[in-house]
Design a binder for this molecule. Structure first.
Ligand SMILES: CC(C)(COP(=O)(O)OP(=O)(O)OC[C@H]1O[C@@H](n2cnc3c(N)ncnc32)[C@H](O)[C@@H]1OP(=O)(O)O)[C@@H](O)C(=O)NCCC(=O)NCCS
Length: 211
């Protein structure tokens, strides 16, 4: 039986633990770099410490890196795990979603409850699709992006690497969201967003550049 360790024991990590409970997958621990978190029990699961504390489990476990929503942190974790030689988890998909067979899901991605993914959608490595997200045809969501709950993504949209789409945002068809950019919660995006920028509001407007 597959055994998982989830990197991150905050709110999202605990929700991933709950998702694993519903999928019948055994979670043997959380990872957290903060020394004060080590050996705490969170939602019945122990915090095992940092990656160096579980070297002896290397052959037995797979690690879930999408236990945190922040795309920058996700990439940092993935690089650290690959360097340490651990295996990464495959996609985790809630049983209560509506998804066609005409989509591709890459490693480490997470699709949460209530989401609808229609046809010809690409979900990249370590992408999080949070609850009740509605994704139309021919959408590409690149590696490390995070989509918060209740987002509507119209057809032919491309979300580039590491972008973050805030809760309840809607994106018009054929729009491109730049790499490592942020769309504020509740936005309506009707124009392309360049890389590394924050857009927010209805309609979404440039707010600031991101480093
Ligand atoms: C966008 C967000 C990340 C804030 O980022 P930030 O770097 O702290 O941004 P700031 O607070 O400096 O705001 C910058 C500007 O954007 C505006 N702004 C920020 N978020 C906004 C939003 N959701 N809608 C409209 N305007 C918004 C601010 O009012 C500010 O405007 P101003 O420069 O005209 O005063 C945050 O507001 C947001 O929407 N987060 C989404 C959270 C979410 O989806 N959580 C789900 C967890 S599961």
């Amino acid at each position: 039986m597959k055994k998982l360790v989830i990197w991150g024991c905050g709110g999202h990590g605990r929700e991933i633990n709950w998702l694993c409970e519903q999928l019948g997958i055994k979670v043997i621990g959380f990872l957290d770099e903060r020394p004060e978190m080590k050996e705490k029990i969170i939602d019945d699961v122990p915090v095992l410490g940092d990656i160096n504390d579980i070297i002896n489990l290397k052959e037995e476990i797979e690690i879930v890196c999408a236990g945190v929503g922040d795309p920058v942190l996700k990439k940092y974790f993935v690089n650290k795990i690959i360097k340490a030689g651990f295996k990464l988890s495959g996609p985790l998909v809630h049983p209560n979603i509506n998804i066609s067979k005409r989509n591709t899901l890459e490693i480490g991605c997470i699709i949460c409850e209530g989401s609808i993914l229609t046809i010809n959608i690409h979900i990249g490595n370590f992408v999080i699709i949070n609850r009740n997200t509605n994704i139309s045809h021919d959408v590409i969501i690149e590696d490390f992006a995070t989509v918060a709950p209740g987002v509507n993504i119209s057809g032919n949209v491309t979300i580039k690497e590491g972008a973050y789409i805030g809760t309840g945002a809607s994106i018009r068809e054929k729009i491109k969201i730049g790499a490592w950019s942020i769309v504020g919660g509740g936005a309506f995006v009707k124009e392309d967003i360049p890389d590394k920028t924050l857009y927010a509001g209805v309609p979404a407007k440039f707010k600031k550049s991101l480093s």
